[in-house]
Design a protein around this ligand. Structure first.
Ligand code: BGC
Ligand code: BGC
Length: 596
């Protein structure tokens, strides 16, 4: 990786190293030195993060001394390919270096299951599926691979891992959690994070991770969230319980040096996390010793009660360091003016601004951004995006994520099969939300192998649309039916009912009435109400949201791989009852294997 250093930062570094000949100054000392030369406007700019697609003009980056940009879901260059990404990021970075302070941007993106905004990147299973593998070594390799693919596009920072512990499966973000169990989440999240550290050790450039969403995102009470549902609702939990359940998960990654943490949209006992001094400053920074920076979630401060000017003051004073003011609601210029007004009126102490900026600068220094701000990935590095070695890894992850819930002997499939259902030939449905676009999409949205295609290249398969096709062909063997959820992200995926689609259920009923053995493959971001289909099916397999490499599903169905995946959360008879349900179909940890 070649990076080009700006003259300002370079001079500053030369002066610094000249004063300290014995040993290199700590990143903290470097950050302080830089801070001491900055104006208030430059400092506030550092605390501002805009989604690139909402920039009024690229010159705003230098004029306002912007500290960070992001690509939210679906925010990509016009041509969504690796070189266009690199060019886009370089252009923004050069603009930042052209400002008087010349401090490089840190660029964030949701690489939440692979580099999932980028066309033809490797799409790994969503976290729920990775949780089902329970394989820390695998998670570490996925962290490494994701760092590689993010670096290929010249980006520094990913908003992952998500450390949620989903309890209510009606929550549209259930699939972003590895498990409902905090220790299970900590094990998976740590391993993924270590993959990034391992990448950093092997490269001159450091990729920055972000543990999110602090805290209680997966523990909200139904009815208290957006649209009276789950997402961004209220987490009712005593502080003592918080210390025993959710805080230890964060303590682990903080002790291991996670550089950034994202505040959560939800409330904790009635107070928005974004406005909670107790959570962000007293607990996270003071008690847990977190010395990186806290980023707010997308327009997250807007949801603090009160008008926007008071939201800004409360957010800064609560302890948020970098503000994701993406630009779709309040204008970033207004945010900047309000912070300045807050400092001038004394509502915000200068020491708070200095703390925030020091933390941001420190992370940038440690990431190596000051030395080599403009990423210039080599051709070889660019070709890591969607590379075969990473697709092979994703396929391994998929086969290890498959949980077999029932098999009356129909599996494994050794001969050509007939395949149907909405998910049979549907890479988009396999990938789920957070894929290319914020909400994902159905069909051929990116490069990948569908389940049907994977069958075709192994035992052989034919897709059929109507039951009549089976009869006409005189087909007598098992039928593979791939059903499940269509893509969704965040609150858009909140549901009142977790019933399967009635059309999906009808398929199973019809096929059984016709006398066919049925292998049901469920693509879903969470446990659902499967009792009836489970009962009717001869085999039932959970594939979660496996991502681009459908061949991993087929590896299990054909017996090429003896399944090892286990449920990362309990599966109730009524999925709406969530992790706390008393009546379970399967306990956490359940998963069948083939007899050897
Ligand atoms: C989500 C975060 C995400 C951010 C940036 C928010 O809506 O809650 O998980 O990192 O947007 O896209
Ligand atoms: C998401 C962003 C997305 C935006 C679209 C946010 O909630 O986090 O990633 O681009 O909504 O409006």
């Amino acid at each position: 990786m070649i990076r080009i250093a700006p003259t300002f930062v370079l001079t500053f570094l030369v002066i610094l190293s000249a004063c300290q000949t014995e040993q290199a100054p700590s990143s903290d000392a470097q950050a302080q030195a830089l801070l001491s030369q900055m104006t208030l406007d430059q400092k506030i700019g550092q605390m501002t993060q805009i989604d690139q697609k909402f920039l009024d003009s690229i010159q705003d980056i230098s004029a306002l001394h912007i500290g960070s940009l992001l690509s939210g879901g679906g925010s990509h260059p016009d041509s969504n390919e690796v070189n266009a990404w690199v060019d886009m990021i370089q252009g923004y970075q050069r603009e930042a270096l052209a400002s008087d302070a010349g401090i490089p941007l840190i660029y964030g993106i949701d690489a939440v299951h692979g580099h999932s905004n980028v066309l033809n990147a490797t799409i790994f299973p969503h976290n729920i599926g990775l949780g089902a593998t329970r394989d820390a070594d695998l998670l570490q390799r996925i962290g490494y691979a994701t760092a590689e693919e993010v670096a290929a596009t010249g980006i520094d920072w990913t908003f992952a891992p998500c450390l949620a512990t989903p309890q209510d499966y009606r929550w549209g973000r259930t699939y972003e959690g590895y498990s409902d169990d905090p220790q299970w989440v900590a094990d998976m999240g740590m391993a993924y994070f270590q993959g990034f550290l391992q990448y950093n050790d092997a490269h001159e450039r450091n990729m920055v991770t972000c543990a999110k969403h602090f805290i209680g995102d997966g523990n909200t009470t139904f009815g208290t969230g957006i649209n009276n549902l789950v997402d961004r609702g209220n987490t009712e939990m005593s502080e003592e319980e918080l210390w025993h359940t959710l805080i230890p998960v964060y303590q682990e990654v903080i002790d291991a040096g996670v550089p950034t943490i994202m505040a959560s949209y939800n409330l904790w006992n009635g107070t928005k996390c974004h406005g909670s001094h107790r959570l962000l400053t007293e607990i996270l920074k003071d008690s847990l010793g977190f010395d990186g920076f806290i980023v707010s979630d997308w327009a997250g401060i807007n949801e603090i009660p009160g008008d926007y000017p008071s939201d800004v003051i409360t957010g800064v004073n609560a302890g948020i360091d970098l503000f994701m003011v993406p630009g779709d609601t309040e204008h970033y210029r207004r945010f900047i003016e309000l912070v300045k007004a807050g400092v001038e009126s004394g509502d915000i102490a200068m020491s708070r601004i200095d703390d925030a900026v020091t933390r941001i600068l420190k992370v940038k220094i440690e990431a190596g951004l000051m030395d080599l701000p403009v990423a210039e990935p080599t051709e070889a590095e660019r070709s890591d995006l969607g590379a075969e070695h990473n697709r092979q890894l994703a396929r391994e992850a998929v086969r290890k994520s498959i949980v077999m819930l029932k098999n009356n002997g129909v599996l494994p499939l050794k001969e050509e099969v007939m395949v149907t259902g909405p998910g049979a030939n549907n890479v988009g449905m396999q990938c789920g939300g957070w894929t290319i676009e914020w909400q994902g999409g159905m069909g051929d949205i990116t490069e990948g192998t569908s389940i049907l295609e994977a069958f075709e290249s192994t035992v052989g398969a034919t897709e059929f649309e109507h039951q009549d096709d089976l009869i006409q062909r005189g087909y007598k063997k098992p039928v593979v039916l791939v059903i499940g959820e269509t893509p969704y992200t965040e609150f858009i995926g909140d549901r009142v009912s977790l019933d399967l689609d009635s059309v999906d259920v009808q398929w199973v009923v019809d096929l059984k009435q016709m006398g066919y053995p049925v292998v049901t493959v469920l693509l879903s971001g969470r446990p659902m109400n499967i009792s009836e289909v489970l009962e009717l099916s001869d085999a039932f397999v959970c594939a979660w949201l496996p991502g681009s490499e459908g061949a991993g599903v087929v590896d299990v169905l054909t017996g090429d791989y003896n399944p090892t995946g286990v449920l990362p959360m309990p599966w109730p008879s009524r999925a709406e009852e969530g992790a706390a349900a008393e009546e379970l179909l399967f306990v956490r940890g359940f998963g069948l294997r083939y007899e050897e």
